[in-house]
Write a protein of this length. Structure first.
Length: 218
C-alpha cells in the first residue's frame, strides 16, 4: 500500500510539479481532516403564502410508500450505508417523503420532519409544534432547472396549510446556489445559520442561541 501511495505522489510531482502536489495535499486536509460548512436556515410563513410559481413540466406528486423509499435507496440514488441507515431510521420514526414522478420514474423528493429539525444527520433539535422542517431535497440531474423542487414544495405547503401549520423551516448549504434560488423564489426568508465542524473525525454542529430560541418558541 505504501509503495502504491509513493508511486502516486511521484507521478503527481512529475506530471504536475511540486506546487500542484502541495495544493492537492492542502485540499485533502481541508476536506477530509478539517471540514467546515455553513447552512442557511430558511423559513416560509404559511399564513401569508401566495402561490406565484408555475412548474415547467407535468408531474405526479404523492407521499412515498415504503416500497418507494426502497426504490430511492436502491435503484435511483447512490446512497452509502450511512445514508441508507439514516433514511430508514427516519422513516421508522414517522418522517414522510414527498416524491415527484415522471413517466413512472421517481425524479425528485423532499423529506418532512415534524417536531424536530436536523442540524446534521442523527443530530436533531426540537422545534415548536407550529413549525415543520423539510430536508434532504434532491432532483435527478437531468431534471434540474425545471422547477421540480418548487413543485414538491408547493405540494407540501398545501398539505401543511390543511394541517393548520404556520411555518416551514428548511436549510440549504451556502454554496448550493440552485436550491437557494428555488426556495427564495417560492417565498422562503433567511432567518439564521448552522455551521458544521468536522475535525479529525469529531463532529460539532453550531446554531446560535438566538436562532435556537426562535425555532423552539411558538
Amino acid at each position: 500500500m505504501y509503495k502504491n501511495y509513493k508511486q502516486k505522489v511521484l507521478k503527481i510531482i512529475a506530471d504536475e510539479g511540486l506546487l500542484s502536489f502541495f495544493k492537492k495535499i492542502s485540499k485533502f486536509i481541508v476536506y477530509k481532516i478539517i471540514f467546515i460548512q455553513n447552512f442557511i436556515i430558511f423559513e416560509l410563513n404559511l399564513e401569508n403564502f401566495v402561490n406565484k410559481i408555475e412548474t415547467q413540466i407535468e408531474l405526479d406528486l404523492k407521499i412515498a410508500t415504503e416500497k418507494d423509499i426502497d426504490s430511492i435507496i436502491e435503484e435511483y440514488y447512490n446512497y452509502d450505508e450511512f445514508g441508507r441507515q439514516y433514511l430508514k431510521n427516519q422513516q421508522q420514526k414517522g418522517d414522510k417523503c414527498v416524491i415527484a414522478i415522471k413517466n413512472g420514474k421517481i425524479i425528485g423528493y423532499v423529506w418532512i420532519m415534524k417536531g424536530h429539525m436536523e442540524l446534521s444527520p442523527f443530530n436533531h433539535i426540537q422545534i415548536s409544534n407550529n413549525k415543520t422542517y423539510i430536508y434532504n431535497g434532491f432532483v435527478l440531474k437531468s431534471y434540474r432547472g425545471k422547477r421540480v423542487l418548487n413543485a414538491i414544495d408547493l405540494y407540501i405547503i398545501n398539505m401543511l396549510i390543511k394541517d393548520n401549520k404556520k411555518f416551514i423551516i428548511t436549510t440549504v448549504a451556502t454554496n448550493n446556489k440552485p436550491p437557494i434560488k428555488a426556495r427564495e423564489r417560492i417565498g422562503f426568508k433567511r432567518i439564521g445559520k448552522i455551521t458544521q465542524f468536522r475535525i479529525f473525525g469529531l463532529r460539532y454542529d453550531h446554531i446560535s442561541k438566538k436562532d435556537l430560541i426562535y425555532l423552539q418558541n411558538p
